[in-house]
Ligand binder design. Structure first.
Ligand code: COA
Ligand code: AMP
Length: 632
């Protein structure tokens, strides 16, 4: 049984045997005798009788195996000009101290903390320190505004928040502390303490009763040993966008997560202990959780923590410098990063200046990988460029080309084939399977494999309602696409309000909720339109109340700032268009899909059920004439 197809089929027929076998790749305190418990379906439990510690698996066991001197985390920050290496031994010491600090602060298994930090080593230490004593971490992406952070504070009710004085964006310092203070002001739940890492570029003012400087809190703490956790105890909560402004807290367990991620490191990414793996993402996203922190460390790799951008820090050679210096074997990033590099350096002149012979693979995910970008990357790098598809909810790839296992042919436009445990079907609106090459909703047959979400934090009903209700017996991915006659999957679009901006998942519904809060806005609609660099960007259409007191331009400017202040700059929300009426069907539904086509200058047909045809024509005109863009 040594190729993809036989392994995939074997898993399908023998889930127990397959996953119990795979579970042997990690160290258990009590090895599981049962792989799958479906007694409380759809709340599937993987390895229900297993006990382990994820931090031990990511850190301690490598030290015990004699690899303490190997670099675990290689921090590369072209923005600050700094780099540093943290060995497994040092990582063990620091996570143990951090965990000890949590214990001294009164935290225990099951308590939550929020980590709102830039891409620095202390963020990784915080995550692993929580895992060490069973505290559930929730990392919030640094690019989110205070109001978004406040929503997450109120939802997961952290006892402690870990943050830093600042983050570095090109040409700009992000002052984290005022954002944190504002978020705590906005939230009903109050953390008892905040631990603040003071960076050299900025010392934040601390609030004496509440804030403790990182070193003061951690340096003298008594190191804590890894505790015994059930495989089904939660490891972390990671919030993701859905249809509404309320983010959904995806809950990940310890056991299934460790097993699936370990499997993926060797079989999908073809990396082994001691090799260097780089996911150029952010720890605030699922890619960062799985493939900057847990996956590479479970596998005993060196993981790169990159505080920079593919271009502009300082140039389009940033990636190649890091690869050459650290002998990176596998690089994983979003297609948008390569579009940015291609645009800045179309001839690949920076690539030629560096010896990147160590690089064996480029993996892309997070958004649809366009053929041009893949071809350009293949041409420049002369290595396999592999698109793979996954979601925050699954924690690892649903579809991929598992090059560590088997080299399947690469088909442009497809993230290849389902990984073991993911039984994919494409269904029509009635829930019936569609024919090959026919577009439909992509669903995954239950049970979901290890590492997939176990529930939504504090909202079991939302878990069922959003993912499981529409197609009974299946998990609804929210993606639409098709399969071809070879079983390759093609992901074409979302079926909900989610858009993908530079690989970041955002909800147009959430942006609409913010815009509706402007006193002059009577109605609004936000759509994602095609953007050459970011894949998609949101634009807003607004209808104003007749008695408005400000100029149109002032209102548009205020709305853009409202979105930045409430969601964050990461929304890339820059354009607002004023129209008299929104185009709706006779039953009152906004015809967003047609609006997207018009905005993208694609061919479009007048929807048969449209209430008033002239409104769509007005939109087309408004797009040509109103060019309000954000003033920075
Ligand atoms: N803290 C504060 N602000 C942040 C931030 C953070 N951690 N991350 C991003 N932002 C801000 C940026 O400064 C930018 O603000 P601006 O529009 O005022 O300049 C805005 O949010 C958008 O950031 P970003 O999406 O990074 O876009 P960009 O225009 O700065 O760079 C790319 C474009 C393509 C270079 C960049 O998106 C990229 O490197 N993407 C890599 C892929 C990736 O990380 N994907 C994640 C999932 S795999
Ligand atoms: P996130 O939860 O932020 O990882 O976003 C997940 C969503 O991003 C998926 O549901 C898809 O819509 C999109 N996505 C991720 N990877 C791919 C891919 N390889 N091809 C197409 N879309 C993708």
């Amino acid at each position: 049984m040594d190729n993809y197809y036989s392994i995939y089929d074997f898993e399908k027929q023998n889930k127990e045997v397959f996953w119990l076998n795979m579970s042997k790749s990690i160290d258990w305190i009590t090895s599981p005798n049962i792989a799958l418990d479906e007694s409380n379906s759809p709340f599937t439990k993987w390895f229900p009788d297993g006990q382990l510690n994820s931090c031990y698996n990511a850190v301690d066991r490598h030290v015990l195996a004699g690899r303490g001197k190997q670099t675990a985390i290689q921090y590369e920050s072209p923005i600050t000009g700094q780099s540093s290496s943290l060995s497994y031994l040092e990582l063990q010491k620091q996570t143990a101290k951090f965990a000890g600090m949590l214990v001294e602060q009164g935290l225990k298994k099951g308590d939550r903390i929020i980590i709102y930090m830039p891409m620095i080593t202390e963020a990784v230490i915080s995550m692993l320190g929580c895992a060490r004593i069973g505290v559930v971490h929730s990392v919030v992406f640094g690019g989110f505004a205070a109001a978004e952070l406040a929503k997450r504070i109120d939802d997961c009710k952290p006892k402690l928040i870990i943050s830093a004085s600042c983050g570095h964006e090109p040409n700009r310092l992000v002052h984290y502390k005022p954002l944190l203070d504002k978020a705590i002001q906005l939230s009903n739940h109050q953390p008892s303490k905040c631990i603040i890492y003071q960076r050299n570029a900025l010392k934040a003012a601390l609030i004496s009763e509440r804030d403790i400087e990182w070193h003061e809190a951690v340096d003298n703490a008594t190191p804590a040993e890894p505790v015994v956790l059930s495989a089904n105890d939660p490891l972390y909560i990671l919030y993701t966008s859905g249809t509404t402004g309320q983010p959904k807290g995806v809950v990940r367990d310890n056991g299934g997560h460790a097993v699936a991620l370990s499997w993926s490191m060797s079989n999908i990414y073809d990396v082994k202990t001691g090799e260097v793996f780089w996911a150029a993402s952010d720890i605030g996203w699922v890619v960062g959780h799985s493939y900057i922190v847990y996956g590479p460390l479970f596998a005993g790799c060196t993981s790169i923590l990159f505080e920079g951008k593919p271009v502009g820090t300082p140039d389009a050679g940033a990636f190649w410098r890091v690869i050459e210096k650290n002998k990176v074997k596998t690089l994983f990033t979003a297609p948008t990063a390569f579009r940015a590099i291609k645009r800045a350096d179309p001839e690949g002149s920076f690539i030629k200046k560096h010896d990147i012979g160590s690089l064996n693979y480029l993996f892309l995910a997070g958004e649809r990988a366009d053929s041009d970008t893949i071809k350009w990357a293949e041409g420049q790098l002369s290595i396999p460029v592999i698109d793979h598809w996954w979601q925050t909810e699954t924690g690892w790839s649903i579809c991929a080309n598992p090059v560590g296992l088997d080299r399947l042919p690469i088909k442009l436009g497809s993230p290849s084939v389902p990984m073991p445990g993911f039984q994919i079907e494409v269904l029509d609106d009635k829930g019936d399977p569609v024919a090959v090459d026919t577009l439909g909703s992509i669903v995954i047959k239950l049970p979901l494999p290890p590492s997939c979400l176990t529930t939504i934090w504090g909202a079991k009903d939302v878990f069922i309602e959003k993912y499981l209700k529409r197609f009974p017996g299946y998990y609804e991915t929210g993606d639409a696409g098709y399969t071809d006659s070879d079983g390759y999957i093609y992901i074409m679009a979302r079926t909900d309000d989610v858009i993908n901006v530079a690989g970041h998942r955002l909800s147009t519904g959430q942006i609409e909720e913010v815009i509706s809060g402007h006193p002059d806005v009577a109605e609004c609609a936000v759509i994602g339109i095609t953007d050459e660099l970011k894949g998609q960007i949101p634009i807003g259409f607004i209808c104003l109340f007749p008695n408005k007191k400000k100029s149109d331009e002032k209102i548009c400017e205020e709305i853009v700032h409202l979105v930045i202040d409430n969601i964050g700059r990461v929304s890339a929300f820059k354009r607002v268009i004023i129209i008299d009426r929104l185009p709706k069907t006779r039953s009152g539904k906004i015809v967003r899909a047609t609006m997207v086509k018009i905005a993208n200058q694609e061919d479009w047909v007048m929807p048969a059920t449209i209430e008033d045809e002239s409104v769509l024509e007005d939109i087309s005109d408004a797009l040509k004439t109103q060019l309000f863009s954000r003033v920075n």
